[in-house]
Design a protein around this ligand. Sequence first.
Ligand code: ME8
Length: 515
Amino acid sequence: MTGKPAYYLTTPIYYVNDSPHIGHAYTTLACDVVARFKRLDGFDVKFLTGTDEHGQKVEKSANNAGVSPQAFTDRVSQNFRDLAAFMGYSNDDFIRTTEPRHIKACQALWQTLIEKGEIFLGAYHGWYSVRDEAFWGEDELKAGPDGTKLAPTGAPVDWVEEPSYFFRLSAWQDKLLAFYEANPDFIAPASRRNEVLSFVKGGLQDLSVSRTSFKWGVPVPGDDAHIMYVWLDALTNYITATGYPDMTGDYARYWPADLHMVGKDILRFHAVYWPAFLMAAGLEPPKRVFAHGWWTNEGQKISKSLGNVIDPIKLVETYGLDQVRYFLLREVPFGSDGDFSHRAMVNRMNGELANDLGNLAQRSLSMINKNCDGRMPQAGTFSPEDLELLNASAALLPQLRDSIDRQLFHEGLETVWQVVRAANGYVDRQAPWALKKTDPARMATVLYVLAETVRQIALVLQPVMPTTMSRLLDQLAVPPDHRDFSSFEVRSQSGQPLPRPEGVFPRFVEPEPAS
Ligand code: ME8
């Protein structure tokens, strides 16, 4: 236990029916950036990701692959773990819903809900979509081809009739509305909050929370004919990872979670069902759910059948890890939908990374290397222009804190690039290369201001581009214990030797077409 404030954030746990793709990489990346930022800012962070391994969809995929669900989930879950390592994610835990710790937590939560009279036995008859793992009301369905019915998501639905336990969701409508009212920041962005509010105001029906027609799930305690509905099972992962049902250790420290990051497709589960389950069990709901948008590929919906699924590993091999991390969070206002295109990727990579930031760092450090004996220059009195740049750079940390707390990554990056552009303008106007002969002391001051600006930019960009920023900080000889935000305002020491500078952002050059 540390004296640091706790910060707990989670990704959705991904279904193991499919290989990881750009969408999964995106959600976890966003969390990784928040987690890294908060650690550098002095928080005791717990960052959780993992895989959702039960339910009909996964069982079906295992059958199609001709292996047992357990063997299948072992294999696919490993792909998600490998992706996390490959993308440099700094998750502290990786949960699988087939683990004993999770089954224990689900059964404990179920038992509590039974004891509190929140779950009762009945029979379900209605529509179910295996692809969405969701029950849909008749009034929500739309017409599909040949007189079939489709879920609002476009997924096929089946008619289901079976005995089922129900959760008294209908009893939670007013309490949920009061909770949203008292916690205006619980659902973000605001447009999504309004969607959830109108859904809940439209009336809530009791929710079927068990199935009897297949076996791949957590057994309902005391009634083995039933397994738990995969969403009740899956959502519970967020408390399993805090040690629940033991409520003394990590649960006490980290729960309620500060942030559940999800895609817009699964907001209803997180912002309606999950707080209702928790409140019904006498547990606290999470503090915030952020629903981000969806990626398309060159303007088209990403789908296996269209064959246009974007593999994050290939992207990284083509453009570089930090370049991809930067692009995904810079290209699209976080919360909106976005389109991946090669052109957009190359524009950001060459324009903002290689030209703007890469050149700023490279020309500042090269001039220091050549003209200041390879040492951090000695600053004289700062001019108003120097102070303007230094102040803009010093303001980055409080500005980014605010952007990160609202999960507005694009806004945070734009703020940094305003300073990058200002610094490039400053180099052009101050022309330190010309000062070398006329006023070397002034040249040294200008180069010191530039080095400090690059240092502060590199510090705040570490969460987004950890590898390249670490290289840049090496080139500025920033010691490893001066890289967290408590050292943000600790000025570099003049006279300190600096290693030879090397460019950190190569330009993307289109490969020659094969002749
Ligand atoms: O829903 N663009 O798992 P899942 C952006 N197991 N994000 C995307 C995306 C896209 N095109 N496609 C997927 C489940 N995502 C449940 C979650 S949580 C208790 C259980 C991301 O494998 C986005 O975060 O279908 C979305 O919410 C998630 O993957 C869905 O992953």
